[in-house]
Design a protein around this ligand. Structure first.
Ligand SMILES: [Zn+2]
Length: 200
């Protein structure tokens, strides 16, 4: 597993260090009082745990998205990158995902897309929401781009053929995977801009 180091990674490490330091000070009797020492340990531990959970979500989602991208694109070196919330705020493209032709092996997914993928992975995988259906499809769509297809309408069509397989790879039963593919094809695809349609 490749670790993607971002601001949150650094913050998590710092918070763990601060929690550890507070613990050491308490144990060695160096806190200004026992009460203040305990509060410091609890405070830094809670913050470190919150940051650590968010960081783990980022790393795990990105790893799962990468494995799907490799499967769909057929490129062993392909990777998926989940945008960090900090950089995502600066992206005004309106795209849920993208592939830059300067780095054709990298599927770039918006933070909301990865959040929806994570919510799917953590769900009981029986009642996919529209956001989850779209996120699973966006993952397939960008992976088809990574596979070398540039035309949007063709990419969209090929990706719809992958939707059920992608859903199964991320834990859906056969029946729910078909339901996800159908939901995208019948409810979302018809609402896509013209350049995304017409190839199916
Ligand atoms: Zn596209």
């Amino acid at each position: 597993m490749r670790l993607d180091v971002g601001v949150l990674t650094v913050v998590t490490v710092l918070l763990v260090l601060l929690a550890t330091r507070a613990g050491v000070r308490l144990v060695r009797g160096r806190a200004s009082s026992w009460g203040v020492g305990v509060v410091a340990v609890v405070w830094w531990t809670v913050l470190a745990a919150a940051a650590g959970l968010a960081e783990a979500e980022h790393q795990v989602t990105q790893q799962l998205a990468t494995s799907v991208t490799v499967m769909v694109s057929g490129r062993p070196g392909a990777v998926a990158r989940c945008a960090r919330r900090t950089t995502d705020m600066l992206d005004v493209s309106g795209n849920a995902g993208s592939v830059s032709w300067d780095t054709p092996d990298v599927a770039r997914l918006r933070a909301d897309t990865c959040a929806a993928l994570w919510s799917w992975v953590m769900s009981d995988k029986t009642h996919p929401t529209t956001d989850q259906v779209v996120a699973l499809h966006v993952l397939a769509h960008e992976a088809v781009h990574v596979g070398g297809e540039r035309a949007e309408a063709t990419t969209e069509c090929v990706a719809m053929g992958w939707d059920a397989t992608v859903a199964r790879a991320l834990g859906a039963s056969d029946a729910v995977a078909e339901q996800i593919a159908t939901a995208y094809r019948e409810q979302v695809y018809p609402t896509m801009p013209d350049e995304y349609r017409g190839a199916c």
